[in-house]
Design a protein around this ligand. Structure first.
Ligand code: 5RP
Length: 228
């Protein structure tokens, strides 16, 4: 395991300490969320009783394989706690997410959660969002027109590809990675992007994280709480 993986695991295991008996827990997606799911599964084996909802087919398969009880989203009215990773975190705890392509389902879980805990290694901490190209999920219909509207917002858009084919999300849509370089007003940009017909959702998560847990490669943990 690399030092980076150790940091991801440490952040994840610190977050999982906050999971309690009886909770409905949202499971994130990505290499950091993987460690949270694995740790939750360990605690379930030790007797923790929870129900979980997953933010992607990948996390759902992992949870099932590790013995975590999943419930359909249609059967619940809210989530107690969601734990997920991020691609960038700014000082106001605004995020860029969607590097793993699961941003729509991740945002649905985050907005329905009483608490949304973000876990990350220190490399994800930034002064300003935008160095990481912002993932935007769009419907395939007239994708070129939607992409032209994204370009008008000042980014360099690029359709995510896998083996020469457009990458398809769990919802059957495309991801456009939008290189902005820097994002001065994340909240405004989040709203402007979602106002484009053809956009399903974008990876800016503003005013959503309740807590961010960073871990560094030397084992230091820093916990930032959102002031409400
Ligand atoms: C997936 C995500 C991930 O949380 C984000 O990409 C971070 O992933 P990782 O923990 O692998 O760095 O938003 O859609």
């Amino acid at each position: 395991m690399t030092a980076m993986d150790t940091a991801k695991r440490l952040a994840a295991e610190t977050a999982v300490q906050r999971v309690e008996d009886g909770m409905i827990v949202g499971l994130g997606t990505g290499s950091t969320a993987y460690y949270a799911i694995a740790r939750i599964a360990q605690r379930v084996q030790q007797g923790l009783r929870i129900q979980a909802v997953a933010s992607s087919a990948r996390s759902e398969a992992l949870a099932l394989e590790l013995g975590i009880q999943l419930v359909p989203l249609s059967s619940i009215s809210g989530i107690d706690l969601t734990i997920d990773g991020a691609d960038e975190v700014d000082p106001a705890l605004h995020l860029i997410k969607g590097g793993g392509g699961a941003l729509l389902r991740e945002k649905i879980l985050a907005m329905s959660s009483n608490r949304f805990i973000v876990i990350a290694d220190e490399s994800k901490r930034v002064a300003q969002l935008g160095r990481f190209p912002l993932p935007v999920e769009i419907v395939p219909f007239a994708a070129n027109l939607t992409i032209a509207k994204l370009r008008e917002l000042g980014c360099k858009p690029s359709v995510r590809m896998v083996e020469s084919q457009e990458y398809k999300t769990d919802n059957g849509n495309y991801i456009v990675d939008c290189a902005f370089g820097g994002i001065a007003d994340p909240q405004q940009l989040e709203a402007r992007i979602n106002a484009i017909a053809g956009v399903v959702e974008n990876g800016l998560f503003t005013h959503m994280a309740s807590t961010v847990i960073f871990a560094s490669q030397d084992g230091a943990i820093s916990v930032l709480e959102q002031s409400r």
